[in-house]
Write a protein that binds this ligand. Structure first.
Ligand SMILES: N[C@@H](CCC(=O)N[C@@H](CS)C(=O)NCC(=O)O)C(=O)O
Length: 220
C-alpha cells in the first residue's frame, strides 16, 4: 500500500473571519487539507516557527511553502483550477476595492466598535465607529447587492467569501440594532451565506481531518 499524498496543513481558529474565508475557499475549490485549531492565547510552537507574526490562518504546503495571509490562501486554493470561476469573478476592480475597504477601513471601525475596551485612548465613541463601518462598507455593499445577488453577479465569488464573515461579525455585536437597518439586499445576502452548506461545513469542527463538502454544498 502506498502512503496517501501529504496534505496542506491549515492553522485555523474557528471564529476568525480571516480563517473562515480561507477554509471556505479551500473547501469550495475541493482542496483536501488538514486543520489544526489553535487557541489565540496559546499558539502552537510549530505554527510560530513557520509564521512568527502569529496570526491565523496559516497554510503550510507539503513542499514547505508557507502562506500566512488569508487572501493568499484563497488565491492558492483556486490557482490553476477554478472551474466555477469563483476566483476570477472576484478579480474585478469593484470587487477588489470592496475587499480592500473590508480589510482596511471597515475592519478598523469594526474592532473599535466591537472591542472598545481594547482601545482605551480612542477618542470617538463606539457608535461613531459603528456608523463609519456602515458608511464605508455596508452602504456600497447594499447598492451592489440591490443590482445582483452576489458580488460575483448571478454567481458567488471569492469576494463574497472574503467579506461576509466580517459583516456577520458586525451583525452579531448588537443584533437588535442590525435588525433595524434598512438594508434588505445586504441582509438577504448575509442570510443566504449563513444558511449555505459551504458555511455549515466550514464551521463544523474540521479537525483533524477536514470533511470535504458534497458538490451541492460546494456550489454555495
Ligand atoms: N492579514 C491577516 C490577518 C489575520 C488576523 O489578524 N487574524 C487574527 C484572528 S481573527 C489573529 O490571528 N490575531 C492574532 C492574535 O489575536 O493573537 C490575514 O488576512 O490572514
Amino acid at each position: 500500500m502506498t502512503d496517501p499524498a501529504p496534505r496542506p496543513l491549515l492553522y485555523s481558529y474557528r471564529r476568525c473571519p480571516y480563517a473562515m474565508r480561507a477554509r471556505m475557499a479551500l473547501l469550495q475549490a475541493g482542496r483536501p487539507f488538514d486543520v489544526v485549531e489553535i487557541g489565540l492565547r496559546d499558539k502552537p510552537a510549530a505554527m510560530l516557527a513557520i509564521s512568527p507574526k502569529g496570526t491565523v490562518p496559516v497554510l503550510q504546503l507539503p513542499d514547505g511553502q508557507v502562506l500566512e495571509e488569508s487572501w493568499d490562501i484563497m488565491r492558492w486554493a483556486w490557482a490553476g483550477h477554478d472551474p466555477d470561476g469563483w476566483w476570477s469573478r472576484g478579480q474585478t476592480e469593484d470587487n477588489l476595492a470592496l475587499v480592500r475597504v473590508n480589510d482596511g477601513e471597515f475592519k478598523r471601525h469594526l474592532d473599535r466598535y466591537k472591542y472598545p475596551d481594547r482601545y482605551p485612548s480612542e477618542l470617538l465613541p463606539r457608535e461613531a465607529h459603528r456608523s463609519a463601518a456602515v458608511s464605508c462598507l455596508l452602504v456600497p455593499l447594499e447598492a451592489r447587492l440591490q443590482r445582483q445577488p452576489y458580488l460575483g453577479g448571478v454567481n458567488p465569488c471569492a469576494s463574497d467569501l472574503a467579506i461576509f464573515p466580517f459583516v456577520r461579525q458586525l451583525a452579531g455585536v448588537e443584533p437588535a440594532w442590525f435588525a433595524e437597518l434598512q438594508m434588505p439586499a445586504l441582509k438577504a445576502w448575509l442570510q443566504g451565506w449563513l444558511a449555505s452548506g459551504l458555511f455549515a461545513v466550514c464551521m463544523t469542527k474540521l479537525v483533524p481531518h477536514a470533511k470535504q463538502p458534497s458538490p451541492a454544498e460546494r456550489r454555495t
